[in-house]
Design a protein. Structure first.
Length: 113
């Protein structure tokens, strides 16, 4: 076997890897999924999740205008409580209070202007 025979054997392998990479880039860019559409029509978001035991969680999920408290384990999801979305309380805006970022606080504490 000569060097050119080995190169000829690797050319199809390189072409196949290139095609697979092209398909991967295409799928990531256009977000093609098996289920169909990329975005759901019902807004669902996980607000919080707390582990209570290994592989067992309590999660708060917001679905439309409802809050669902779910018990999530390795093999099942159980609805623990369903709550209506409470109105968010207004937080009064405190004027005159300036929030410093980390760099400003560090400079102030080190005495750097």
């Amino acid at each position: 076997m000569t060097f050119f025979d080995i190169v000829k054997a690797f050319i199809p392998l390189i072409v196949i890897i290139g095609l697979l990479y092209g398909v991967l880039v295409f799928v990531k860019k256009y977000g093609i999924s098996i289920k169909g559409s990329k975005h759901s029509s019902i807004p669902i978001s996980v607000l919080s999740s707390q582990m209570i035991m290994p592989k067992k969680f309590i999660s708060v999920v917001k679905v439309s205008d409802k809050l669902l408290i779910l018990g999530v384990s390795d093999g099942s999801i159980t609805l623990l409580k369903e709550l209506e979305q409470p109105e968010e309380p207004e937080i009064p805006f405190v004027t005159g209070e300036v929030k410093n970022n980390f760099v400003d606080l560090l400079k102030k504490n080190l005495g750097i202007r």
